[in-house]
Each structure stands twice: as structure tokens, then as C-alpha cells.
Design a protein around this ligand. Structure first.
Ligand code: BTN
Length: 266
């Protein structure tokens, strides 16, 4: 194994693989939240493609203000700063892009099949059922009406100690494979896939890959919207704009974001 560079956390070979992409990685032993750090960096003018990973976060957070905790060194905790020229209505596709890139990277590196639970969870189907393997949180910064930056953060459970935290809800890669997992390799594989996705102006290929990975389609779901409204029905489709279509007793409803609960096992 090659020695990791203290600043990037990546080996020379891993750094070399990223040459020609937009991404520049910095890896720190500990911070509050990599998402918070990159939002602050965005305000200071940090460029598109700035990537911050940490071995540990003391104030990691997830969607809806939930805390995101992981033992030091147990996870891939990373945030990616993008300054996309996208319609604000399409911003959720960046979560989809990182989710697809991460799921495919895990499969490519470790031959572990990962699914995507809409809109932002990476899941593994275990003998005991579907378990959360990771989550994505996209946060925006604005200058007035102008979208300044999007920070997409990923927390991926890699090597959890025994006893496993959140047993019955979450799972880590070391429970799914005996293969050694190098977080740097995973990050590089993810970023290379993300680079290709972002370079493609068409969304159709991304959405096809998402549909292939989706564990939500065809499932009975309960969706809690940020407004508090709850939608219950069957997830029947993903639109070309990346929205989930839920067939309810009152007809189809399109959802852009929300907390999805699968009501029955797959
Ligand atoms: C969720 O499932 O609610 C999303 C969790 C996102 C957690 C990651 S860990 C790296 C980055 N920094 C944070 O504070 N949050 C994201």
C-alpha cells in the first residue's frame, strides 16, 4: 500500500487518478462538520470541486437537523463543493448524482450491491432486511437570488466496531464484505464517476442508472414532506426531472424531497 499524503489523505496513485478532474481533496483528522466547513469555504470563494474529507466529525449533521455520528475512522465522511449552473428546480439531481456515483463506486471497488432509497439514502439488502449504509445531505448557499454553491455531503459506514451502533437500522461495509476497504480508493472511484456524470449535460443517463439502483420504486411508501404533509401510496415512477411519483388514493402525486419510509419489506 502506498503512503497517504498528510494533506490530501490520498496516496500518490489515488491523487494521480484525479488529475484532469475538477476535484482537489483535503483530508483532515477531525472537524465539526465537513458540510459546514465547505459552506464557509464557499463564502470565501473556494472553487468548484473542492473536496473535504474527515476521519471524525464532532458536529456532523444529516437531513432535518438530525445529528450524524460515527466513531473516528469508521466512515467515509466527505463533502463536495459544486458551483453548478442548474435550474434551482433541478438541484435535487445533485443528490442523485452523488448517490449513483457512490453506489456504483462501492459495487466497483468491493462487489457489494448498494441500492438507493429515494431521495438520499444508500442501503444494503441484508438477510435481516434493508439497512442504511449511508446518507447524503445537499446544502445550498445563495447570494440573494443567485445560487452561489451547493455542498453535497456523504456519510458512508465503512468499518464499524462491535457492537455495531444502530444495529437493526444501519449497516457498515465491514459487515457486508471481508475485503479490506480503503476509504481513499472509494472516494477516488466516487469522484471519477461523479466527474463523468457532471460532464454530461443530459440527465437521462443518470436517471436510468438511478432507476436501476432504486429500491423505492414499486414499494408502498409513506412520505413526510418538510411542510409536515404526509403522503401514503405506492412509488410508481421517477420522472425525467428526478421527482418521485406516488400513486395515492387521490391520484398520482410528484414529490421533490421528503422523508420516505418503505412500508413493507422488499
Ligand atoms: C442523512 O442521511 O440525513 C444525510 C447524512 C449526511 C452526513 C454527511 S457526513 C459528511 C457531511 N458532513 C455533515 O455534517 N453531514 C454530511
Amino acid at each position: 500500500m502506498q503512503a497517504a499524503n498528510a494533506r490530501t489523505g490520498l496516496s500518490a496513485g489515488q491523487q494521480q487518478a484525479l488529475v484532469g478532474t475538477r476535484f482537489a481533496v483535503r483530508w483532515v483528522p477531525s472537524t465539526g462538520s465537513t458540510n459546514d466547513d465547505l459552506r464557509a469555504a464557499a463564502a470565501e470563494g473556494a472553487p468548484e470541486g473542492t473536496v473535504l474529507a474527515a476521519d471524525h466529525q464532532s458536529a456532523g449533521h444529516g437531513r432535518r437537523g438530525r445529528t450524524w455520528e460515527a466513531p473516528p475512522g469508521s466512515s467515509l465522511l466527505v463533502s463536495i463543493l459544486l458551483r453548478p449552473d442548474v435550474d434551482p428546480d433541478d438541484l435535487h439531481l445533485l443528490t442523485t448524482a452523488v448517490g449513483v456515483a457512490a453506489a456504483e463506486a462501492v459495487d466497483e471497488e468491493l462487489a457489494v450491491a448498494v441500492g438507493l432509497k429515494w431521495p438520499n439514502d444508500l442501503v444494503a439488502i441484508t438477510e435481516a432486511g434493508e439497512r442504511k449504509l449511508g446518507g447524503i445531505l445537499a446544502e445550498t448557499t445563495w447570494s440573494g437570488e443567485h445560487l452561489d454553491a451547493v455542498v453535497v455531503g456523504l456519510g458512508l459506514n465503512v468499518a464499524w466496531p462491535d457492537p455495531v451502533p444502530l444495529d437493526g437500522i444501519a449497516v457498515a461495509l465491514n459487515q457486508l464484505t471481508d475485503a479490506p476497504v480503503d476509504r481513499g480508493d472509494l472516494l477516488v472511484a466516487l469522484l471519477l464517476r461523479l466527474e463523468a456524470i457532471l460532464a454530461d449535460p443530459e440527465h437521462s443517463a443518470l436517471l436510468e442508472r438511478w432507476r436501476h439502483l432504486a429500491t423505492t420504486l414499486g414499494r408502498d411508501v409513506r412520505v413526510e414532506l418538510a411542510s409536515g404533509v404526509v403522503i401514503v401510496g405506492t412509488a410508481v415512477a421517477l420522472t425525467d426531472g428526478g421527482r418521485l411519483v406516488v400513486e395515492t388514493a387521490d391520484g398520482p402525486q410528484e414529490v421533490t424531497a421528503g422523508d420516505v419510509h418503505h412500508l413493507r419489506p422488499a
